[in-house]
Ligand binder design. Structure first.
Ligand code: NOJ
Length: 690
């Protein structure tokens, strides 16, 4: 990993109560820390001299008292950073981290010390609360079993008072597994209309002046996931609670403000996750922001040579369209014969791995899954040998049914078994709205759930196993620190188009995700349906054309990218399948060429370590034409363009299969004009001509 680092400590001095500013490197953004007469703490944010966020409260309610006022500023320090680092995999090979930071040391009247670190980038800002170790506390706090000071947090008081009217895209915080349709709500500058419900993090905001914000958190570790509610004219934080007898089962914001259940038990020294707001003037800049990754710690895995992005297929879609079963029986999917068929198909078509669900004991009643004993029609030694000889990996599947406690207890033996059989990719699953952790029944995004997921990633790394986590906590950039956390669900994915009672996700859904869920991190959406009629569940279907499915491979980023349909369905359109064979899932550079939240998007990406470019577009129910200047290509080079686009009769409802494949030579001075049908899209590969 290449890293150049410039840290300049400018000052550490004692000061009295006052407001203090820190500017972005380009000076366009500034964050001001403010203190009130009674020692209350707050911040505000200005861009180009105008308020974006007005005075917004900071602090906590804790078992040691309310940390909302009564603070004295006892020190401050500044630093600036300008560095770059190389990703193990990602949308970009090299990421630049340029910011100015201000850390404030605050002594509370109870004797608790709490520091706040602000970082301001050109495209947003972040801050976190830091509780130093007990030597800095001039009060007796409870001591935990490791002889560290312990504080129980009942509420985090962080708020965001955005100045402008806006529209915000979000999902309610109780949306099971985050698998909801993101909805747009109008918000006025007092945020009063943002919601009746409490909302998940992240929230994507388009302000009245056409600028954007993405409000989320980074580096969520040993802390509950944040949520938001509107109250007292601000967007306020609601931390996912521990479930105990007093915990609320309700989600309306007014009820949440009265929720006194514990949210986090912290042992000092402790840093909270970063509270992060990306602020940009354009949508391409919002999508290009890498603040969240920069806020996460550098990679902790020394040797990452075993971590490889790959496309994969799977014995999977058949179960969702109900032509196969997870459990044994006449239609059992994960048999040796079937797996061999998939693996040989994958080999032939440049797909690096095959997932098998339903290979292990336990699917009959979901009571106890056994992750080291296959069904008797699954020959593990044979398939493991075949994987090795074909060079096609097996993606193991560990569905826990929400029993995280049992899974955690056996992690070592489970991963040892998989590694011994050459399996270095595992899809995990936690199907249960409330999971059972070592702390009992808990929200998966509460502190206990967050600890579990972290344990899984750290243990998997020891066995050289990479994870595709389903029913996860919302991603926060942890893949920088643990690049074996490759992709996650946390989305209303393609499977809903197989069986959902509402008939499948509306066309608009996929045109919201690149600006919302996917800004939080890679998504295992599972694109690539090529056959739209479902004989078993005819009332549900994919709301897209076949070309829209191809476009998803470029628009939706995942270093483990699933081509989800059946081999026989791909062979019905072998010419279109060539794009899936060709497209990579690891990138040198990525950019949003054009788009509008909830309407359409066009992405262009350069393959990692390659001269080739790929462009993909998708639209909602409205057909539209997009104009794409090829100025991203290097000058004076000729590229062979293969364009896969909707045909003149294409329409997701009436004719999803109408498509045209065209080839031509292009250069950086050319411009493409491409029409996408209703629910349509396109994909293009641009190969450098020798
Ligand atoms: C839900 C997951 O999202 C899906 O991909 C998986 O097939 C089922 N659980 C069974 O584990």
């Amino acid at each position: 990993m290449k890293k150049t680092l410039l840290i300049i400590v400018l000052s550490t001095i004692l000061v009295g109560c006052q407001s203090l500013e820190v500017n972005s490197p380009d000076k366009s953004l500034s964050v001001r820390f403010e203190q009130t007469q009674n020692g209350g703490i707050a911040y505000s944010v200005q861009r180009d001299g105008k308020d974006v966020i007005t005075t917004s409260q900071l602090g906590f309610l804790t078992d040691a008292g309310a940390l909302d006022k009564g603070f004295k500023l006892i020190g401050r320090s500044r630093h600036s950073e300008s560095s770059s680092w190389e990703t193990v995999w990602g949308e970009e090979r090299v990421i630049t981290d340029k910011h100015n930071a201000l850390t404030l040391c605050l002594k509370h009247e109870t004797g608790i010390q709490m520091n706040i670190e602000f970082r301001v980038f050109d495209d947003g800002f972040a801050f976190r609360y830091i509780f130093p170790d007990k030597s800095q506390m001039t009060t007796a706090l409870p001591i935990d079993r490791n002889n560290k000071s312990q504080i129980t947090l009942f509420d985090e008081l962080t708020e965001y008072r955005f100045v402008q009217d806006a529209e915000a895209w979000s999902i309610p915080w109780r949306t099971e597994y985050y698998e909801g349709l993101w909805t747009k709500r109008s918000i006025t500058n007092d945020q009063s209309q943002i919601t009746n419900d409490t909302l998940c993090s992240p929230i994507t905001i388009e302000f009245a002046d056409g600028t954007y914000a993405f409000v989320h958190e980074a580096a969520l570790t040993d802390y509950p996931a944040q949520n938001f509610y509107a109250g007292d004219g601000a967007l306020r934080t609601y931390l996912t609670p521990w479930i105990n007898d007093q915990s609320p089962r309700l989600c309306r914001s007014t009820e949440i403000t009265n929720d006194q259940s514990p949210k986090a038990y912290i042992s000092t020294p402790f840093s909270t996750p970063w509270r992060m707001v990306i602020l940009t003037k354009t949508l391409p800049d919002l999508v290009a922001s890498r603040i969240m990754l920069n806020l996460n710690e550098p990679c902790k895995i020394e040797d990452t040579s075993w971590i490889h992005p790959t496309k994969f297929m799977g014995i999977w879609w058949g179960m969702h369209i109900k032509t196969m079963t997870w459990e044994q029986g006449p239609h059992h999917g994960a048999t040796t014969t079937n797996m061999e068929r998939y693996m040989r198909f994958a080999k032939k078509h440049n797909i690096g791995a095959v997932l098998a669900e339903g290979w292990n004991l336990g699917w009959e009643d979901w009571k106890h899954f056994d992750f080291t004993t296959p069904y008797n029609d699954w020959d593990m030694p044979y398939l493991s040998h075949l994987a090795d000889s074909l060079g096609v990996q097996i993606v193991g599947h560990n569905e826990t049914g929400g029993n995280a406690a049992d899974y955690e207890k056996d992690l070592d033996s489970i991963y040892r078994y998989h590694a011994a059989n050459g399996i270095h990719l595992i899809k995990t699953g936690y199907v249960a709205p409330i999971i059972r952790t070592i702390d009992g029944l808990q929200w998966n995004k509460g502190q206990s759930g967050v600890r579990h997921y972290r344990k899984v990633i750290e243990t998997a790394a020891q066995y050289h196993i990479a994870i595709d986590n389903h029913e996860p906590v919302m991603p926060t950039g942890l893949q920088r620190t643990y690049p074996n956390l490759m992709t996650q669900e946390g989305v209303r994915g393609q499977e809903w188009n197989a069986w959902s009672a509402d008939g499948g996700s509306p066309c608009e859904h996929v045109t919201v995700l690149p600006y919302t869920r996917i800004l939080a991190g890679p998504v295992d959406y599972t694109p690539g349906v090529f056959h739209f009629e479902n004989p078993v569940i005819p009332t549900t279907r994919v709301h897209s054309t076949l070309m829209n499915q191809l476009g998803l491979f470029v628009c939706f980023y995942s270093p483990l990218q699933m081509a989800c349909d059946l081999p026989e369905h791909y062979m019905e359109h072998a010419d279109a399948f060539r794009f899936i064979e060709d497209v990579p899932c690891d990138w040198e550079r990525s950019l949003l060429v054009d788009g509008k939240i909830g309407d359409y998007c066009v992405f262009a990406r350069q393959g990692r370590g390659s001269d080739n470019w790929y462009i993909g577009g998708i639209t909602d129910e409205n057909s539209r034409e997009v104009t794409i200047p090829l100025s991203m290509l290097p000058k004076d080079q000729t590229y062979q363009l293969t364009l896969y686009r909707d045909g003149a009769q294409a329409d997701w409802q009436t004719n999803p299969y109408d498509y045209v494949i065209e080839e031509q030579n292009v250069t950086s001075s050319d411009t493409l004009h491409i029409r996408m049908a209703s629910g349509g899209g396109f994909a293009a590969s641009l190969h450098l001509r020798p």
